[in-house]
Design a protein around this ligand. Structure first.
Ligand SMILES: Cc1ncc(C[n+]2csc(CCOP(=O)(O)OP(=O)(O)O)c2C)c(N)n1
Length: 177
């Protein structure tokens, strides 16, 4: 299988930094497995960040749970396209729950980058993830493109799930300013 380590799409690490840099209201950010959470970590740890260290496809479901539990707080999920594919049903669940405070960002590089850059079946088949989101009932689903080459993550999240659970729980327990 062809290895595609770079694709002409936006730079995920830079965009993650930009997204996090715009947060001023203790917004929660849930980073999916691998690059999504490494880049989140690389943009600076915040108590409102949660890093999914081991399972594909759980950033959006976790973010949905936080968004429902705390409707006053805006919640972001950052997830890879391969991971979303692992858990497509969450799009219907999110559409059904329709939390207004939830934003899901999918970094669609067309590959499982962190495990060697294998092409995803969606990329091979030309599957349109945004069309799937819309068809799942998420009307506000949009493609965004394009800046520089997408690079492998440069930082690695500390492997410390207990600490992350505790700091995130404290972050979520803190009253919104
Ligand atoms: C259920 C499951 N299958 C396989 C893996 C191994 N694995 C970890 S990350 C990953 C690829 C993630 O791809 P994607 O979400 O597109 O992110 P990218 O690496 O491209 O940033 C795989 C296959 C896993 N952690 N869990």
């Amino acid at each position: 299988m062809e290895e595609r380590r770079n694709t002409q799409v936006m730079n995920r690490a830079a965009l993650t930094k930009r997204v996090v840099g715009k947060l001023t209201k203790q917004e929660a950010v849930i980073g999916g497995i691998g690059n999504s959470n490494w880049d989140l970590w690389g943009s600076g740890h915040r108590a409102e960040n949660f890093y999914m260290l081991g399972s594909m496809g759980l950033a959006a479901p976790i973010a949905m749970g936080v968004a429902i539990a705390q409707p006053e707080r805006r919640v972001f999920a950052l997830e890879g396209d391969g991971s979303l594919l692992m858990q497509l049903g969450c799009l219907s669940t999110i559409a059904a729950q329709a939390p207004k405070n939830l934003i899901v960002i999918i970094w669609d590089n067309g590959i499982y980058q962190i495990t060697g850059g294998q092409g995803t079946p969606a990329a091979q088949a030309g599957t349109d993830l945004i069309a799937i989101a819309r068809a799942s009932g998420i009307a506000s689903a949009h493609w965004a493109a394009d800046e520089a080459d997408n690079e492998p993550g440069k930082t690695q999240t500390d492997r410390d799930p207990i600490r992350f659970r505790e700091t995130f729980m404290r972050g979520m327990a803190a009253k919104l300013a």
